[in-house]
Write a protein that binds this ligand. Sequence first.
Ligand SMILES: [Zn+2]
Length: 175
Amino acid sequence: MIAFAPFMPSQEHRNLAGAVIDSLEFAREGRRQAGQVAVRDLARLADQLVDFSGALAWCLQGERTRDGEHLLHLNVEGDLGLRCQRCLGALRFQLQVVSTLRLIKPGATWPEDDLEDDSADAVDAEREMALLPLIEEEVLLALPIAPRHERCSPPAPADKEQEPSPFAVLAKLKK
Ligand SMILES: [Zn+2]
């Protein structure tokens, strides 16, 4: 286990577009990078968000284990405004990504136990691994599949008795 120092406010790499690491070297030398990424830069999240303000703090730590494995530990945290799938309103979500990626060298055999091994996801050990897609992917995996408020605030109908049932509305449409 690697102990992470607490996230520091805005460090290098405020703009992650185009930022790459040599993944194997990063792991071998136990390098560490941290920074912030603007929520609006995470384009693949756009469909699921109602709030594009703010930033997520991230920290990437390389590790070469005694067994010779090359690992990347990625932490991402922050607050996201997801779209509730029931009422379409904003749902605050406290993101906390803690993931480990196992680098697979070019030509090395892909581990067969990858599907069962939840502790680390195998990824290609790219020489130019782009940080933004890496962070984006791990954030996406950490989001709830169907985010919903535990209790949606009612859409404020004056009188619930008079609200037509969805089936009645549907029947009307079919006519
Ligand atoms: Zn809701």
